[in-house]
Design a protein around this ligand. Structure first.
Ligand code: XIL
Length: 360
């Protein structure tokens, strides 16, 4: 049985002892999720405002996903237009949608250098930063306590080039508090919702480049430090924004996962897509290359451990962040996601099905 395998796997990863995270809670509370037991849950980032108007988009998510995550909505920029305000409209709508349709919602994200509203630049001292961060996390996590089973607590903490000697990325939190902001964020979430899976989420660790090697080392160093001090971190989220033109460092990535597993942490894929701006124009060829990259990436992880979830950053090529940064020179549309612009499955969907279905 699949349920037993899942639970044994989760307990084997030491989660029972890390901050009260209950492996039964994950993906176990709804009818659709129950049928999904034994699978690796699949999910996608959602643009909440489209759910009322784009029927095929909504249907694709309901039909294929066990998990959703807001592409925005829980970011500071969206939640906190001013220091006094919290605007919960979007995440409230998304979690209702998820629950009505037998899905669960992941939370993204509580502490990140990006998508910060202007007013946060006025945070002037360590005491003020601590007060703001704790107030924010407490308010947001308490609102959804018991309903969001997994949180990206800290997003993209590792510097772009940690090899330069500064391993932690700059942010208002890092500037005012130093790297203890990371510990503070995790402890604060855990105090409010001790049942949630608490994730440190990062990217650019999967290619055979010195940058990716340095980033893996820096992330492992940070995790060791957090574990040594009993900080309630439960999982590493690997974003998986894969540059289509670069090989996957399968050995390097698998060794990284071994180390993570050795620290009794779970692994999940949180934002998979394949950046295809440098891939050939012909759509069929491009889709095959996109799928092959994702297969290499997912097998390097799954060969070592069973990921607790796999999510793509969007579901259809119609709505993707990729052209914001990685537009193609030939003017053709990007094709980074499992469904094409008309919501028809592509080769990447097949790969995701391979890695999410229950073991035979
Ligand atoms: C991106 C969204 O997709 C965009 O719509 C938004 O404008 C900027 O943020 N890594 C992350 C995500 O953790 O939050 C980012 O999402 C993509 C990269």
């Amino acid at each position: 049985m699949r349920r037993r395998d899942f639970v044994v796997g989760a307990l084997g990863a030491g989660l029972a002892s890390s901050g009260g995270f209950d492996p039964f809670v994950w993906n176990a509370s709804t009818a659709k999720a129950a049928t999904a037991r034994g699978r690796v849950p699949y999910g996608a980032a959602v643009r909440t405002d489209l759910l009322d108007t784009e029927f095929d988009y909504k249907a694709a998510i309901v039909d294929r996903c066990q998990l959703v995550v807001g592409e925005g909505g829980l970011k500071w920029f969206d939640l906190r237009p001013s220091q006094e305000q919290f605007v919960f409209d979007q995440p409230d709508r998304l979690i209702d949608f998820a629950e009505k349709n037998g899905m669960q919602m992941r939370g993204h994200t509580l502490a990140w250098y990006g998508a910060m509203p202007e007013w946060t630049k006025t945070i002037a001292s360590a005491a003020e930063a601590e007060r703001e961060l704790v107030h924010h996390i407490t308010t947001v996590v308490a609102r959804y306590q018991g309903r969001i089973p997994s949180w990206d607590v800290v997003n993209e903490a590792i510097a772009e080039y940690p090899g330069d000697g500064t391993p932690i990325r700059d942010s208002i939190w890092q500037e005012r508090l130093g790297k203890r902001y990371i510990e503070l964020a995790f402890r604060t979430v855990s105090a409010i919702d001790p049942t949630a899976q608490l994730v440190i989420n990062d990217y650019n660790i999967e290619n055979p480049t010195s940058q990716c090697r340095d980033r893996r080392t820096a992330l492992l160093d940070l995790l060791r430090d957090l574990k040594d001090r009993d900080v309630p971190v439960h999982a590493v989220g690997i974003q998986g924004h894969l540059p289509g033109d670069l090989e996957i460092d399968k050995d390097g990535l698998s060794r990284f996962i071994e180390e993570v597993k050795g620290m009794e942490l779970e692994v999940l894929v949180t934002e998979l897509d394949v950046i295809d701006n440098k891939l050939p124009a012909l759509e069929y060829d491009r889709d095959q290359m996109v799928a092959a990259r994702a297969r290499d990436f997912l097998s390097a992880i799954s060969d070592v451990t069973r990921p607790s979830a796999i999510l793509t950053w969007g579901i259809t090529d119609r709505y993707t962040w990729v052209p914001i940064w990685f537009k193609r020179d030939d003017g053709r549309a990007n094709r980074p996601l499992p469904l094409d612009a008309a919501c028809r499955p592509k080769a990447l969907m097949k790969v995701i099905n391979e890695f999410t279905r229950a073991a035979e």
